[in-house]
Design a protein around this ligand. Structure first.
Ligand code: SAM
Ligand code: SF4
Ligand code: SF4
Length: 361
């Protein structure tokens, strides 16, 4: 894969922020497709100790890769201020992500600050689990509601090859146990399924977590970013995942918890719990997508597959008032028309999009 000559984040000029009116939008916020702004994903670092081949391939994210300098990152105070402004616009859920969020120093302090500022908001975090055993208790004590832990295989060789950091399965499993013991439950376990790489372990994964209370979510391999060499042929459709598991452990469709839920739920017929499938490629859910993303350096992205974001940090640091920032976010959201997964083609998949480690999965 060709290595970009400059940092991926430098390839994107920010989109122009709409003129500031100084006033927050009146009434419920909706985009051009009638979608509210309910979820905010905040990337707290663009760095990671893994090099998952589908996310941060080593040949691009190598020792010379110019990650963001510390001063470019939103501070905890800035993150909390932004989250409070989003809350005022109807946001109900915050997910901390990255990169690897547990690498951000003092992340439990950020969780505590968000908890205090946003009582009643669902506060979660997605992690590769490598540092979870050490941090689960502190995160729970700080007020985190739940965690999602990524684990692509229970097979040692496959997992080590996929994380490309030689990280062992056992340590992630310990992290999952520690999270559950700390009350961060139910733990969701994300498995990205890639044909010919780990699809042979789908049933093992289901078997391992059945009856534990943890919920495995099988995710279709996506064409996020522009470095992971995505091909449609590598995608295992969720329908096939459900079929394969059902052959061993019969599944029945379960109702969604709420409108716009990303994962489709399937319940084991014998009462051993449930799984989820996230079919972003074969069954787009753009019509109910209520997610906004705040990148590590404070840009607002209205779609996971966006090419460019809006530089809210610049507004923050220029001294804009909360009302003016809320007005800008409202105006951006009101002109949002994203539905990438509905219109994905081989051509769009090759386009230059923002890397997932930068805006958060
Ligand atoms: N480092 C943390 C982790 O791995 O959980 C949080 C960030 S990671 C970008 C968030 C989620 O995105 C992970 O569950 C990861 O497996 C998923 N992901 C990354 N690249 C993906 C891709 N190309 N297709 C599908 N899911 C992907
Ligand atoms: Fe790191 Fe998560 Fe991306 Fe893997 S998926 S490289 S753990 S950010
Ligand atoms: Fe939302 Fe964009 Fe994904 Fe569609 S492609 S579900 S608009 S993030």
């Amino acid at each position: 894969m060709a290595k970009p000559v400059i940092a991926l984040h430098e390839l994107r000029a920010a989109l122009p922020i709409p003129p500031l009116s100084g006033a927050a939008p009146a009434g419920p916020l909706a985009d051009l497709r009638g979608r509210a702004l309910r979820d905010l994903r905040i990337s707290v670092t663009d760095r990671c100790n893994f090099r998952c081949t589908y996310c941060m391939p080593k040949d691009v994210f190598d020792a010379d890769y110019p990650f963001l300098p510390h001063e470019a990152l939103l501070t905890f105070e800035e993150i909390v201020r932004m989250a409070r402004i989003f809350r005022g616009l109807g946001m109900e859920k915050v997910r901390l992500t990255g990169g690897e969020p547990l690498l951000r120093r003092g992340i439990d302090r950020l969780v505590a600050m968000l908890r205090e500022a946003l009582p009643g908001v669902d506060l979660t975090l997605t992690t590769n689990g490598s540092a979870l055993k050490a941090q689960a208790k502190a995160l729970a004590a700080a007020g985190l509601d739940r965690v999602t832990v990524s684990l692509d295989s229970l097979d040692e060789a496959t997992f080590r090859a996929m994380n490309d950091a030689d990280f062992p399965v056992g340590k992630v499993l310990e992290g999952i146990d520690a999270a559950a013991a700390a009350g961060l439950a139910p733990v969701k376990v994300n498995m990205v399924v890639k044909r010919g790489v780990n699809d042979g372990q789908v049933v093992d994964m289901a078997r391992h977590f059945r009856g534990t209370g943890h919920i495995v979510r099988f995710i279709e391999f996506m064409d996020v970013g522009s470095t992971n060499g995505w091909r449609m042929d590598d995608v295992i459709p969720s329908a096939e995942v459900v079929r394969r598991i059902s052959e061993h452990f019969p599944l029945e469709a379960a109702e969604a918890h709420y409108g716009g839920e990303v994962a489709q739920r399937w319940r084991y017929g014998d009462g051993a719990g449930e799984i989820g499938v996230i079919s972003s490629v074969t069954r787009a859910f753009c019509a109910s997508c209520t997610r906004a993303r705040l990148s590590t350096d404070g840009q607002l992205y209205t779609c996971l597959f966006a090419q460019r974001g809006y530089d809210l940090k610049q507004l923050l640091r220029a001294g804009a008032a909360d009302e003016a920032i809320a007005g800008a976010i409202g105006a951006i959201w009101q002109r949002r028309d994203d539905r990438y997964s509905e219109i994905r083609t081989a051509e769009t998949a090759r386009g230059r999009k923002v890397e997932m480690s930068f805006i958060g999965g």
